[in-house]
Design a protein. Structure first.
Length: 272
């Protein structure tokens, strides 16, 4: 077993760091159900909030969240920091659905050239313009350092689905044991480039960048639950206007950060 350490997180490389992970998590149910919130915390909702409770292709063995879950080790002061409004954060509006995200679909990856072949990814079901909120990234909120990285029989440092949420509050969010569609967002590295077709009514296909992410993780303020959440957004247009958004059928791809892959390489070396 390799030593426990932190490495850069699959997210905005400048601001978010990922808790170290070692192996692809298994999509088997945890040996214990996810931690239940204390009475003072919002309810962990795995119950349908509308007619279509689970997203298409959601793994049935995994609890589907519509609001965050909480490690029992999260303290009241951490909760209070998470629930203090930061007006500079982008917002998830109260009108955004609690439940399956409207414009993306979890899709098994069958392309043998795709580096995550055999796993799944998240794909756009319609054009997503630059700077659009795609969906929140839900999971267990847990301490990002110290003994809180071990929850009873679960070790967050082994997760490949763990993101820093708030460094000042020392809180991270892990979607390995429960989450929503956002946990299926892959890193752009090595994903085969698929040229675009012209959209109906236009001669040329929309501009496209090769070998780049088209989305990013951002911390946001969730008006629906009154707290900070991690979330996935389409990249902004950019100074040169090169980002035209994500076309229907394209995979949503972020950068996990170089540290994620370096950490993984080191683990591989450590295991030899
Ligand atoms: C947050 S999960 C992403 C969803 C994952 N594909 C699934 O079906 O559960 C992170 C894991 O996806 C895989 N992955 C994501 N992007 C990848 C890439 N560009 N190349 C290889 N593996 C990738 C790795 O196994 C990584 O540990």
């Amino acid at each position: 077993m390799s030593e426990t350490r932190k490495r850069k997180h699959p997210a905005n490389e400048s601001s978010i760091e990922r808790i170290k992970s070692s192996k692809m998590p298994k999509e088997t149910p945890p040996s214990k159900p996810p931690s239940q919130p204390t009475p003072s915390q919002p309810t962990l909702s795995t119950t349908p909030s509308n007619d279509d409770p689970f997203p298409v292709n959601w793994p049935k063995s995994l609890p589907y969240l519509t609001t965050p879950a909480y490690s029992p080790q999260i303290t009241p002061s951490q909760l209070s920091l998470l629930r203090t409004l930061d007006p500079d954060l982008p917002t998830i509006p109260g009108s955004f659905p609690l439940g399956p995200a409207p414009h993306v679909k979890i899709t098994p990856i069958t392309d043998l050239k795709h580096p995550a072949h055999g796993q799944s990814g998240l794909f756009a079901t319609q054009h997503l313009p630059p700077d659009t909120l795609i969906l929140p990234y839900l999971g267990h909120y847990h301490p990002g350092s110290g003994p809180g990285l071990q929850d009873e029989d679960y070790d967050y440092t082994k997760s490949d689905y763990d993101l820093w949420l708030d460094r000042d509050a020392d809180v991270a969010v892990d979607a390995a044991r429960a989450g929503n569609e956002a946990r299926f967002v892959n890193d752009y590295r090595g994903i085969p480039f698929t040229p675009r077709e012209p959209v109906p009514g236009q001669k040329k296909p929309p501009k496209q960048q090769k070998g780049k992410p088209n989305a990013e993780f951002k911390v946001a303020w969730d008006e629906r639950t009154g707290q900070k959440v991690m979330s996935v957004w389409v990249l902004p247009r950019g100074k040169k206007g090169l980002n035209t958004g994500i076309e229907r059928g394209e995979e949503v791809m972020v950068s996990y950060g170089r540290g994620f892959w370096e950490g993984r390489k080191q683990e591989g070396e450590g295991e030899n």
